[in-house]
Design a protein around this ligand. Structure first.
Ligand code: RP5
Length: 160
């Protein structure tokens, strides 16, 4: 099995539907990844170990999704220099604005690249773009994917 180049981590099993589009677009672009449930609050030791080993294991980006208190992306960013892409998960109580604010408001020195609420697919694309900086073949695949998307957009709207 090829080594994973992207880590997809989430605070809970319940976050998986939000993160699944990230896995799907990475599959489409031929990028290897691994998936883990890593909770900042429920499994802090797992978070620590994952962050400590991420760079040495060759991960080029970490997609971290969490909801509510949503400390996972920020804490992971504090533990590794591997770029962390945060995905705020929509919540029932506050619609995910709580997750968004928690993830986006990082202190100077430890950034998280924060996606929109529920932005799993864009997180996958961002991870691919980061890797493509030093992978021309992936860059070509990503360019083709973007061109196909552009080509699929009609010039005029129609009655539906
Ligand atoms: C967060 O709490 C998780 O990221 C999840 O979005 C939220 C709720 O988790 P569950 O109670 O569904 O496990 O830590």
């Amino acid at each position: 099995m090829a080594e994973p180049r992207v880590g997809i981590i989430m605070g809970s099993q319940s976050d998986w539907p939000t993160l699944k589009p990230a896995a799907e677009i990475l599959d489409e672009l031929g990028v290897t990844y691994e998936m883990r449930i890593v909770s900042a609050h429920r499994t802090p030791d797992r978070l620590w170990d994952y962050g400590k080993s991420a760079a040495a294991r060759g991960l080029g980006a970490i997609i971290a999704g969490a909801g509510g208190a949503a400390h996972l992306p920020g804490m992971m960013a504090s533990k590794t220099r591997v770029p962390v892409i945060g995905v705020p998960v929509e919540t029932r109580a506050l619609g995910g604005v709580d997750s968004l604010y928690s993830i986006v408001q990082m202190p100077r020195g430890f950034p998280v690249a924060t996606m929109a609420i529920g932005g799993g697919m864009n997180a996958g694309l961002m991870a691919a773009a980061i890797l493509a900086v030093s992978d021309d073949a992936l860059g070509t695949r990503l360019d083709a994917w973007r061109e196909a998307l552009s080509a699929s957009i009609p010039e005029e709207p129609v009655d539906e």
